[in-house]
Design a protein around this ligand. Structure first.
Ligand code: TRP
Length: 337
């Protein structure tokens, strides 16, 4: 039967609201790229989500295309993954509206991301910022995925999506497949270089905390040399995330880019201290990012190719999304077009 052979479906998106970081790569995209045989994958630039916070239009456009080029350069083969721009697939907005009507004010009010973002953008607490999780649920449910790989900060939104599925299916029958958040077994959680208590973030205001995928080698090296290690007097490379979070973060990064275990790293730097360790991590990261930066730059120069990728991606995505949307429209009582 066709269904038995069906690959599991995986879907995720990243907002083009800041330049992709080493954290985006090691924590997410690298793992996505390793799964393209096993799963049927959809990955998109969540540009519609980005405008919940005011954006410079030219910068948003540039970052959206850069993000696509970087996905490909990180190893996401457009032949094996459906790569698309959210706003190119109108079904997201359409299902988003319907799901807004099945999402409760109280549920939305409890979202910690909404509380954080409205505190940070108190001059622009708009409706989109509030109902964002209903659009995110639409992003997910249009493709009936089995798994949604997300970071810790998005788990609450996936949980809300699951509540919507339960509510909607409870009224109309089995319309949506119940998605599971997917927390990869491997995959590094990369913290800020200047504040190892916070996640490395593409929207961090402190540029020294984040390493960007397109960053120049000399800037990368400088940031690693300045990275916050710990105020203990030990000056010894040892994995102890509680007492030495800065060193643990650098070890996580070094391990992710070299494949070495923490034990091997401790041996390599035994008796050498942070003065030798920090530049070594910087060098290893530079070598990991070099081919990605070069390939992304090459792809960005080939506008016709990029365009062909996002057009084909939108067409494929739209075909799948439309099937789900039709079913939903019928269920809720809209007259067929
Ligand atoms: N909200 C996610 C973020 O800010 C991005 C996103 C939008 C997403 N739609 C999604 C992630 C659907 C997974 C699935 O990181």
């Amino acid at each position: 039967m066709e269904n038995a052979a069906r690959k599991k479906v995986m879907l995720s998106g990243i907002q083009p609201s800041g330049d992709l970081t080493l954290g985006s790569y090691l924590g997410a995209i690298k793992n996505w790229a390793e799964r393209d045989e096993e799963f049927d994958n959809y990955y998109f630039m969540a540009d519609m989500h980005s405008i919940t916070v005011r954006q410079d239009p030219a910068a948003l456009r540039r970052r959206t295309l850069e993000q696509l080029a970087q996905y490909i350069a990180c190893g996401l083969d457009p032949e094996k993954n459906t790569l698309f721009i959210q706003s190119h697939v109108p079904q997201h907005a359409e299902l988003g509206w319907v799901l807004n009507c099945y999402t409760m004010f109280g549920e939305l009010s409890r979202m910690t991301q909404f509380k954080d973002k409205s505190a940070k953008n108190s001059e622009n607490i708009n409706g989109g910022l509030f109902t964002y999780p209903a659009l995110m649920a639409a992003d997910i449910l249009l493709y009936q995925p089995d798994y949604v790989p997300v970071g810790e900060d998005q788990k609450q939104h996936v949980e809300l999506c699951r509540n919507i599925v339960q509510r909607f299916n409870g009224i109309y029958g089995d319309v949506f497949k119940m998605p599971e958040p997917y927390i990869p077994k491997v995959g590094a959680r990369v913290m800020s270089l200047s504040d190892p208590g916070a996640k490395m973030s593409k929207s961090d205001k402190d540029p020294n905390g984040s390493i960007y995928l397109m960053e120049k080698p000399e800037d990368i090296l400088r940031k690693f040399k300045r990275a916050v290690t710990d105020s203990d007097t030990e000056n010894c490379v040892r994995y102890d995330p509680t007492n030495k979070p800065g060193v643990a973060n650098l070890m996580t990064i070094y391990s992710a880019v070299t494949g070495k275990s923490f034990d091997e790293i401790e041996q390599e730097f035994a008796g050498k201290g942070y003065g030798a360790f920090k530049p070594a991590v910087g060098e290893a990261v530079v070598e990991t990012l070099r081919p990605i930066r070069e390939e992304a730059t090459r792809i960005l120069g080939d506008k016709a190719y990029l365009e062909s990728v996002y057009r084909a991606g939108a067409q494929k995505a739209s075909y799948v999304a439309e099937k789900t949307l039709r079913k939903v429209y019928k269920k809720v009582g809209f007259v067929a077009r």
